[in-house]
Design a protein around this ligand. Structure first.
Ligand code: GLU
Length: 506
């Protein structure tokens, strides 16, 4: 497939730092990498940027991979699957970065800096006090060979810094934003290699992008300000930057602030931001795939639902919109509802099982074998937007009759009926229920309608007390299927409880 943005074979990488849970913004970056790789027949690489050992969090690596796989973003090369450029975990690649730092030291593009943390703190405080811009003052850049030798002989720890040109300008190109130029005086002599021998992002990412033959870098807009440094680093090596595409930031639902991992309440409403939260809330991967594809890119303004293959076919990085956008969570819920209706009840049951298991505290094995779910799932399929809503719909079916709470006993009153009349309906129906054979929804419904007519009560008036007695709720799945799910004996126990509750109303 043709690729107008570079003559090189397409190789893209998702390069997260395992420092915390994967965020929806990160997942969107990975998705765009994946779409572009699949669109062009290129390779999608997962690289783990774990060189910041202070912030490393082993759990987040596992969860990150789970999140990507949940969305169906299988990588062609990466830590667990291997590939021609293994290893794909940066701490396992330290020797590469050290060699490359040495190349820059040898060419004079970088220098060793021996300044201690205390000196740097003092320097910064002094700069603040005298209202200068803060930043490294380049003291070690100007050391004489003798001064260097002295420090080396004394075994002083050092970092390697990039010697940024002190004059002139640096220009780089972003595919969707055009040329961006900065004055070199605004740049710092950034650290490339730390005193622990591990690289910073500026060195590690550039070396790996080069060695791994990355053709396009898709990353969040927050990295835009580092691009001039990256341009200078690759120039120092005599390489070229991959095609850069900085993806628009994602805003919180108010559209005012950047979506954050921490602050999750906006305008009084809680919103989800972490991928594992969306998974446990019961969003379907297909819905999320569809939704995120349209965050910063648009499949077709007239088409809401599309197949993954169709998105891959059309995806075009040149059409990514650089403008920040708020996430339309309502749209996600709507889409999720659409996808929930498309799957088979058996598939829906399988998706619901882990969520219900957690909430109802019943093992997944037990739930999978439970025919109450087989009966109720098709009844609620039309009504769900998020899978976790299923709990509210059907929790009553997994309680015992004694555990049903009648918070609002007035729900037990049939329409236009008082307590005594509602009791009469329940008792009339209970007698009917004992005789129905087989105990199936159509039979129960026909018998109930007949009895309602015989008693001169509307069907709604007759059904209402049963609905409330069974679930304790105002809204619940259709009555006769609910009865079937519970079984005759349990229904009768609940009807009895309804009678007792109504009795208390006097
Ligand atoms: N490790 C960086 C991050 O955590 C990657 C940025 C990039 O893709 O270059 O987001």
């Amino acid at each position: 497939m043709s690729n107008p943005t570079t003559p090189r074979p397409v190789r893209v990488r998702f390069a997260p730092s395992p420092t915390g849970e994967l965020h929806l913004g990160g997942l969107r970056t990975a998705l765009f990498d994946y779409l572009w790789a699949r669109h062009t027949g290129g390779a999608f690489i997962l690289r783990i940027e774990d060189t910041d050992q202070k912030r490393y969090d082993a759990k987040s690596l596992e969860s990150l991979m789970r999140g990507l796989r949940w969305l169906g973003l299988e990588w062609d090369e990466g830590p667990d699957v291997g590939g021609p450029h293994a290893p794909y975990i940066q701490t396992e690649r330290a020797a590469f970065y050290q060699q490359h730092a040495q190349m820059l030291l040898d060419s004079g593009a970088a220098y060793r800096c021996y300044c201690t943390a205390e000196r740097l703190t003092e320097m910064r405080e002094e700069q603040r006090r005298t209202k200068q811009t803060t930043g490294y003052d380049r003291r070690c850049r100007h050391l004489s060979p003798a001064e260097r030798a002295e420090r080396e002989a004394a075994g002083m720890p050092s970092v390697v810094r990039l010697a940024v040109p002190t004059e002139g300008k640096t220009t780089f190109t972003d595919l969707i934003r055009g040329d961006i130029t900065v004055d070199n005086r605004q740049l710092q002599d950034e650290v490339l290699l730390k005193s622990d021998g591990l690289p910073t992002y500026h060195l590690a990412a550039m070396v790996d992008d080069h060695l791994m033959e990355i053709s396009h870098v898709l990353r969040g807009e927050e990295w835009l300000s580092t691009a001039p440094i990256h341009k200078l680093v690759v120039e120092a090596f005599g390489w070229e930057l991959p095609v850069l595409v900085h993806l628009p930031v994602i805003l919180d639902p108010s559209g005012k602030g950047k979506m954050s991992k921490r602050k999750k309440v906006v305008e009084g409403k809680e919103y989800l931001a972490l991928v594992h939260e969306f998974i446990s809330a019961g969003y379907l991967p297909d819905a999320m795939f569809n939704f995120l594809t349209n965050v910063g890119w648009n499949y077709d303004p007239m088409v809401e639902i599309f197949e993954r293959e169709e998105a891959i076919e059309r995806f075009d990085i040149t059409q990514i919109n650089p403008k920040a956008a708020a996430l339309p969570y309502d749209k996600l819920d709507w889409l999720n509802g659409q996808y929930i209706r498309q799957i088979t009840p058996a598939a829906l049951k399988a998706q619901l099982t882990p969520i219900l298991s957690k909430q109802l505290k019943i093992s997944e094995a037990k739930l999978s074998a439970d025919n109450r779910l087989d009966i109720l799932v098709p009844q609620i399929q039309e009504r769900l937007k998020r899978l976790d809503e299923a709990v509210e719909w059907i929790d009553w079916a997994f309680k015992s009759a004694d555990e049903i709470v009648y918070d609002d006993p007035s729900l037990l009153l049939g329409r236009k009926l008082d307590a005594a009349q509602s009791i009469a309906v329940l008792e009339d129906g209970a007698a009917v229920l004992r005789t129905i054979e087989p105990f199936l929804p159509d039979n129960t419904q026909a018998a109930f309608r007949e009895r309602a007519t015989a008693l001169g009560v509307s069907a709604g008036g007759y059904f209402g007390p049963f609905r409330a007695a069974i679930s304790g709720k105002k809204v619940s799945p259709p009555l006769f299927e609910s009865m079937q799910a519970l079984g005759r004996d349990e229904v009768l126990r609940r009807v009895q409880r309804g009678v007792e509750e109504l009795g208390k109303m006097g």
